[in-house]
Design a protein around this ligand. Structure first.
Ligand code: PMP
Length: 297
């Protein structure tokens, strides 16, 4: 599904076939989840391939490696260049890029001595989330921000995401909504959350979330469209009173939340500001029509 005999990845200083690449079973990354990664999208834009917000993603990857004390010496510019090279070598346009930084063999708990970068990519078939999601409030909280660098994208954090996502699916829902340790809404297993109420957009304040690059883009879009947007802490009960709600993330883009714990949001999505923001996001990543959307708003 992710690669075939011909797929090329960047690994440890070289471009190699994905099918031939291998790694050490004594890696700290494999045993302890001590690895950092990114999820990035490329789009076909006017006949060319464009990576959306590549610099922001690679700045975050470097930040994640730094807070995890991993030796990692690539510059953002080098990382962006390598990513385009991976896309070119595979002839991918509409794709998902997955850079991952893993550490050298070490069964101890001290910081990594050496890191290895891999950049994998696969063609995008839009399979991350259904169009209209039924969410369940998870019994799992997001990791404690005093126990982890929650603003970093660290592999080990995603054990929490897997628990929450699977719990939701086992209960017949599409996806989970996780709270923070104080009982406020935090985020999804792999996406940030917004809700709309009386013409205003709300999203959880930073502190217990991964502050997404898509979340920042949505705030940008709201400012460009003159839609009031507020970052604040709120409860599930407040959110259930919303007109509409959506998840957003690099893979998810903007996806409607139809219901939360079987409480349906009251406003028809098509008539909402959220739907307008969804269109504006699509236009932004495809580098088209954004000005037109501004004019009709
Ligand atoms: N929260 C979590 C836990 C995520 O995994 C993601 C996806 N990276 C996001 C939020 C959204 O982040 P971004 O918009 O940068 O993809």
């Amino acid at each position: 599904m992710y690669y075939n005999e011909d797929t090329i990845i960047y690994f440890n200083g070289r471009f190699v076939k994905a099918a031939k690449a291998n790694t050490d079973l004594y890696s700290q990354s494999l045993h302890y989840g001590y690895a950092v990664f990114e999820g990035i999208r490329s789009y076909p834009v006017n006949g060319e391939t464009k990576i959306f917000k590549a610099e922001a993603h690679y700045d975050r990857l470097r930040h994640s490696a730094a807070v995890m004390k991993m030796p990692f010496h690539y510059t953002t510019a080098q990382l962006v260049k390598l990513s385009y090279e991976v896309l070119l070598r595979n002839d991918f346009k509409d794709a998902y890029l997955r850079p991952l930084v893993i550490c050298s063999p070490n069964m101890g708990l001290s910081k990594g001595k050496e890191s290895f970068l891999t950049i994998q990519a696969w063609e995008w078939t839009n399979g991350y989330l259904v169009n209209k999601m039924r969410l369940m409030t998870s019994t799992y909280q997001r990791p404690n921000a005093k126990a982890f660098h929650i603003d970093a994208k660290v592999s080990g954090h995603y054990v929490n995401s897997i628990l929450a996502c699977q719990e939701a699916k086992d209960n017949g829902f599409d996806e989970a909504l996780l709270l923070d340790g104080n009982g406020f809404v935090a985020e999804g297993p792999g996406a940030n959350v917004f809700y709309e109420k009386d013409g205003v957009l709300f999203t959880p304040a930073k502190g217990n979330i991964l502050p997404g690059i898509t979340r920042a883009t949505i705030i940008e879009i709201c400012n460009e469209l003159n839609i009031p947007v507020e970052e604040k802490l709120f409860t599930v009960e407040e959110m259930k009173e919303a007109d509409t709600a959506f998840y957003c993330g690099t893979a998810a883009e903007v996806v409607e939340i139809a219901s939360l714990d079987d409480v349906t949001f009251r406003l028809n999505w098509e008539n909402s500001l959220s739907a307008l923001i969804q269109k504006a996001y699509k236009a932004k990543v495809l580098g088209t029509e954004f000005k037109q959307i501004l004019q009709t708003a």
